[in-house]
Design a protein around this ligand. Sequence first.
Ligand code: NAP
Length: 500
Amino acid sequence: MNSGRVCVSVCADTLPDMLERAHQVESSADIVELRLDCLDPDQLDQFALPEGRFILTLRPTEQGGSSRLSAEERTRFWARVGPGAGADMEADVVEADAANKFDPLICSFHDFSGRLKDISASYDAIARSNASVLKIAVSVSDAADAIPVLQLLDRAKRDGRRMIPIAMGEAGKWTRILGLAHGAYLTYAALGSGSETAPGQISTDELLDVFRVKELDKSTEVYGIIAGDTTYTMSPYVHNAAFKSSDRNAVFVPFQVADLDRFIRRMVRPETREIDLNFHGFSVTNPYKQAVIQYLDDIDEAARKIGAVNTVKVVDGKLHGFNTDVTGFIEPLNSKFGELVDTRVAVFGAGGAARAAIYALKSNGATVTIFARDANKGHDLATEFQTNFEQLETGNSKLKTVLKPFDVIVNATPVGTRGQHDDESIATAEQLQHVDLVYDLIYNPAETRLIREAKAAGVETLGGFDMLIAQAIEQQKIWTGDLPNVGAMSAAARKKLDER
Ligand code: NAP
């Protein structure tokens, strides 16, 4: 539990619309930011302070807002409004007597360039004001670049100032989630998905119900996903549902990482880290499942044989690696299909998921044939795991033959994924007609084109959702030692997938 606030930021062209939006979040927000720079100019001229707990903001374009007013015009505006609300002003307009009129008075600095060199100088500039709260919002493209932003909390504490440190963008989301636990005055939230007023802003519902930001403190166990792109990951929903359901003081956070070495060195390893977030574990995904191995203190047998780690447990600063994709893959298949001894399986793809699938299938006695578009990769994988190999002839997903000699088909390629290859399939209904089961590891959409082709051929199907949950259950068991609430995890994932 912390004493920070969630401030919902609302933007609209007209004041009635803005107040209507503010009204929608009154019960969940501690305070609402009215982004007056979003208003049409005539609406701003007529602005009179409404009843309620508000922070007023009139952000100019050069600070990432929409107001085209000059500093003199903005100064005149601030002289005209209040008292009775908070205000967020830039250093060029904040004046000494504003501190008596607005509560809180925030003096803020924004940088959207992603290349800010001297954050300390930016802090100094706003600290010269007599604002009660200092706010710095800086765009970042790597999780580690957000460290100096959160470190400002220590400086502000020494200076006796309150602080709102925000790293903007997907890579900075962790500061929005963990800031309150480390003493931030407030964190901003969007009214809902699609209503963000700054890059990386998280919706009010997610901040409060998924990440439970107001319940976090410095003793909260922090888990997270390390990925090159965290935009579409389901892991925070699945794992936070498990933590919430067991009432564990733990949170699962997205870490969008551009440089794994820097992340491990600056944020994780106790000997070298520049910030201590109390990490207890990670989920690791593309493109780091193999690269992460060199940073681990030990690795379990399955992960070593596959050559990929998707789970890290942190104990006393040591990193232990596991691969739960193996169990995640095989358990749903065993439940649906039964024993796999001598079952003939075609695995499409030669990436990380295919490796886990092939290892699991071979361990269960199946005969595997790899279908891959890259002949070298396919051959190497087939040699490593002692399987058959067939190259996809056209260099893409198209098959020329009927998949007659196979009982089970596994799609471990992204072909069929929402937004990328929606209407593509690795095989047609005609090619699938002699198969018993099609297992598509893709979970978004729930029904891929491949699954539709299989159904048209009268073939049994299994989607990737069960694997998503099964591998996450294994991760929870590794991290906490307990069996998590599977129903809560599945429900959270389904809810999020339905929204997309
Ligand atoms: P990956 O390491 O990037 O491997 C993808 C593989 O698919 C590569 O061998 C790639 O070939 C091949 N491929 C890509 N596009 C293709 C196309 N158009 N035609 C034929 N082959 C193509 O990815 P991954 O981690 O293995 O994941 C693969 C899929 O499994 C993803 O869609 C992921 O969502 C899904 N998955 C699901 C779960 C789950 O829990 N349900 C877990 C893990 C993965 P090249 O090597 O030639 O590029």
